[in-house]
Structure formats: C-alpha cells, structure tokens
Write a protein that binds this ligand. Sequence first.
Ligand code: PXG
Length: 472
Amino acid sequence: MTRRSTPPPALARPLLQRLQAGDVVHHLHPFTDPAELRKHPPRVIVRGQGVRIEDAEGREILDAMSGLWCVNLGYGRADLVEAATRQMLQLPYYNTFFHTTTEPAAELADELVRIAPPGMQAVFFTESGSSANDTMVRMVRRYWELQGQPGRQVLIARRNAYHGSTLGAASLGGMSEMHAQGGLPLPDFSHVEQPHRLLLGTPGESDAAFALRAAGWLEQRIAELGAERVAAFVMEPVQGAGGVIVPPPGYGREIQRICRRHGVLLVSDEVICGFGRLGEWFGCGHPRIDFEPDLITFAKGVTSGYLPLGGVLVGARVAEALAGQGEEFAHGFTYSGHPVCCAVALANLRALQREGVLQRVRDSAAPYLRRRFAELQQHPLAGDAEGLGMTAALVLWRDKARREAFPPEAQAGRRCREACFDCGVVMRAVGQRMVIAPPLVCSQADIDEIVRRIGLALERTLQGLRRDGWLH
Ligand code: PXG
C-alpha cells in the first residue's frame, strides 16, 4: 500500500456508519469503557500488507505494535495463508485427546522442542497466552503434589505484570486495576516489585547493584512465605504490556540462582518475547536477560497472530514427573493442538528460519531501531528511551530536566496515542510510557517512517497539552 493523496474510502460511508453504530451497542470490547466507545466510535481496520494496515476511510497506518505484539512477520503472508488453506481442506479439526494426534500438532511439538532452550522436553498446546498461563499454574501445582510437597502452591510474579485475563492468569498478573474487579487475585498468588530502574532505582546505584537488589525482593518474599509454600516464580524477559521494562544485566542470572537455591520452579512468560521479538527464539536466551527456565509459556508470535495458538514448553524435570505417575493430567482444551493453527505455526517458524529473520533483528533491525528511536528524545516531551530487540519505550515528561510527570488528568499518554493514529502510526500508551513493538520484518525505511511519524505525533501532543494548560 502506498500513500495516496486523496485515498478512496475502503468502505462506503453508509456501510461504515452502520458497522460502527452496531459495534458500539452490541460489541463489548476488551479493556474498553463502553461509554467512551459510544462517544468515539471505533476505527474500522479493513486490511493489512507488510507492516501497514488500512482503515475504512482509506488511511494507511504503520503498525508499530504488530497488532497486539504478535504479527511478527507482518501482514499478507501468502505462505501462512496457504498452510492454513491446505490444512483446512485436508483436516480442519481433530483433537489430541484419547490417544490421537494430528500431523501438524506432532510436527510442531517436535519443532518447538528443537528451537527451545536446552532441557525443554515437551509441549502442551492451548489456544491463547491466558490459557497457557492457566495451564502452567495447574501443571506446576500438580508437579509439587507428585513430588510429595503439596504445600508448594504459591506462584510469585511481579507487580504490573500482564499474564492474561482468565481467573488464573489475571491472578498471576500484577495489575491492580484487574485485581480491583471481581475479587482477584485468587489465593496463593503473590507479587514482588518489578526491576524498574526509573521508578525504583536509587541515585548513583550501578546497574549491577540494582539487579541484585531487585532480584533480592524475590528472595525476601520466599523467606516471608516459607520456601515450602512456593511453587514457582514467573516473569517475562522484558515486561511488555507493563511498559517495556527491560531488567538490568545480571537480574535474570540472580533470579535463577535464587529459584534454584530454594527449589522454586522458574517460568518464563514468552508470550511477547518469544519467536524473535528480542532476536532470539526465546527472550530468556538474550544475553542481557540470560536465564534458564523450567517452563516457558508462549502464544502470539508463534503464528504471527494469523490464528490463535498458545502453549507451555515443559522442561525435563516437570515433564518426567508428569509422565512417570501412570495417571492422567486432568486438563485440556477442545482446541489443544488445533491442526490448522499448528500448520500455520509451522509455516511461520519455517519462514522465520528460511528468511533469517532473527539474525536480521539481532544484526541490523534492532540496533537501527534503538538508534533512531533514541533520537526522539530531542523532542521536549520525550525522554528515557529504552528497549530491547524489536521493542522500544519512551516517557512523556511535563518537565524533562526536573523529571516532573504530567498529572493523570492531563491524559498525556492517551493524547499521544490518538495523535499517533492521526499521524499514521500505531503506538501503545502505558500510562505516560509510549511503547512500540513493530513487526520483525521492518526495513530501515519503515523504521525511519515510524520514527518520523512519532515525531510529528509528539509535536501534536505537545501543542494539545499546551493549549489545554498542562505545560508550565
Ligand atoms: N502473557 C503475556 C506476557 C502477554 O503479553 C498474555 C500472557 C495473554 O495472552 P492472550 O493470548 O490470552 O491475550 C499476554 C497478552 C496490550 C496487550 O495492550 C497485551 C496483551 C494482550 C492484550 C493487550 O499491551 N498481552
């Protein structure tokens, strides 16, 4: 798609208006205030090609969020579509219960174990990241029962982590807004602080010292709870929905040491970081992150978002305990190992390999993104740019020199998100952190254009904030 001077609308206006009118009344959107939706009807996205999407009014928009952190290979991949079509025609569905399997499910399990960090032995398929995390919770608790330590029930995760929206995953996650609704978290979930330098670092503290101090919060919590009650610690390599929080070097190693010392299982939630987002198959393998998990949960990028699929990669320690009992693990989903989703995942993994996408992210795309994105800090609103692999974040400051934040009522993040859309780029607001996670296949020209449009949006945001009296 190229930019046209007067784009013809992709949907006729009456049709668009009918869709929007129905949508705001009959469609309950995730994490959306229905009253707000009625005030501002949703944008209708009609197609995508490469790293660009197009809305119903014919506007071309650079998708710097890869959908929701998932369209790693970009839009319009005929190879993924063909893999789905072929499998649909051959066998659109069969299950993996009751001693059956399908070709794509069996092949994908093999392939995932092959690309996983050493020690991973088996995979349990689910339909999403939330169900992957719920499966993992049941699995680690079952593991400890089988080990004769049924008291090990507590899962520790981090504040502001997002691990999904089902009861288990939302309890595991550390988002207070989610816990405030409907009596969460469930019992036996505990949360420690994030390794968030900007919020929790102290002046003059080295990265190495902060890494040890931040990892130490886990050890303190284990001591408070008693190790005999702790089943697992769960972390994302880089916190995604939490705002692209990159831990200091040394944090992962220290977390691993603490988990091993107390016999606690270590779980890497790779729903965002997996499949090349950080330039590695799994984010825990990035040299900056560097830990060896006992289990991995994944979703999103495994199919580049073309179809829903998630799962749990299980290390030998847990896989052998589950297998050695002569008893079934009473858990599973109708769509565990769905053959069409697995066929698309296989095609996606093959394309990532064939096209050397991970290598390219490591060698050129990620360093280029880091360098160009950092230049946005020349803008008076923007500071503290950081990121890893194909993720990046900056902070909107009211007064950068004095590190003064905007009051929440100024809605700086939200204004900037809307300005980005208006300038033709998708950026996600997490409070006053603005984050991107563009497709892994972005060219340098795409990155240049993303940065240029974000620059325009920052300027527009600044003007709006000034107009409404939020600047000094
Ligand atoms: N773990 C992590 C780390 C995630 O980011 C999930 C689990 C849950 O996956 P499912 O497939 O159940 O959605 C996620 C999902 C956002 C945003 O706005 C992030 C996610 C989902 C929706 C929105 O940043 N991450």
